[in-house]
Design a protein around this ligand. Structure first.
Ligand code: URA
Length: 259
């Protein structure tokens, strides 16, 4: 592999939050059925042989492909196909790829589909989604910015619903993160708004929480990223202060992108 290509891979993996390359695990995530047991052998047909040649210490690492040139949302969706790359495939009904304006200057990234999204195949269509729509439409309206939800693009870190809406596991984020990154590279928005800590972690590779990250600009590649609270968090009645802060964050993002 050429030096430049290796550098690109390492940057790509760093963006995925991977700072260490490990050997492939002995059992794949979506396990194949075990082979049938070998029939019993009564007598060895041949005398025992000398010990087999030792395996090389370093097994080849399968690299996640870099974003292809001239990648499009359509190609990315085709590449996802009927995805069985991780365990989330077992419980999903529909893969939730993303929706909205494919040339949007602003992309919102959530965590992963919930029950409503899994049923409809569209992101943020449940209660949290309704709040997100109100936040986008309402804030833009009040600030005199002529956009609505359909003018931005919305997607998630993982495209399949985690069971019981649990937080996606690191390996699930790692596997699905490649598609999120390809989506962002294909859209090339002027800014990204990360909704909640899972999106922040996927994009910024940080373990810091939203309280620490919100309200300030960060970067994914060269694209400015604003982190704010996830709308599900804002639906809890005791988080009214966070709601105010989220509105402030959104105002900043909208003015930055559309002024
Ligand atoms: N929560 C998310 O993070 N994404 C959705 O699409 C819906 C709820």
């Amino acid at each position: 592999m050429q030096r430049e290509q290796l550098k690109q891979y390492l940057e790509f993996y760093r963006d995925l939050g991977i700072d260490e390359l490990r050997l492939p695990s002995p059992s794949p995530i979506v396990a194949e059925p075990p082979p049938p047991p070998a029939p019993p052998v009564s007598e060895p047909a041949m005398p025992p042989r000398a010990a087999a040649t030792p395996k090389p210490a370093i097994a080849p690492v399968t690299l996640i492909p870099l974003a292809p040139e001239n990648d499009t949302l359509l190609t990315i969706q085709q590449d996802i196909g009927d995805c069985k790359r991780c365990r989330l495939c077992h419980g999903r009904n529909k893969i939730v790829f993303g929706s909205g304006n494919e040339q949007a200057p602003l992309v919102f990234v959530g965590e992963g589909p919930g029950a409503d999204e899994d049923a409809q195949g569209l992101p943020f269509v449940g209660r949290a989604g309704q709040l997100l729509t109100q936040m986008i439409d309402g804030t833009a309206g009040k600030e005199g910015i002529p956009i609505k939800r359909q003018d931005v693009y919305i997607c998630n870190v993982v495209k399949c619903r985690p069971p019981e809406n649990r937080t996606p596991e690191p390996d699930e984020m790692e596997i699905c993160g490649q598609f999120l990154f390809r989506q962002l590279l294909a859209i090339k928005p002027k800014a990204i708004c990360a909704l909640g800590s899972t999106a922040a972690k996927a994009l910024l590779g940080t373990k810091d929480g939203v309280m620490k990250l919100r309200g300030k600009w960060h970067k994914w590649r060269d694209i400015p990223v604003m982190v704010t609270y996830h709308p599900s968090y804002l639906l809890r009645p005791y988080n009214q202060n966070a709601k105010r802060e989220s509105w402030e964050d959104l105002k900043k993002v909208l003015h930055f992108v559309y002024d």
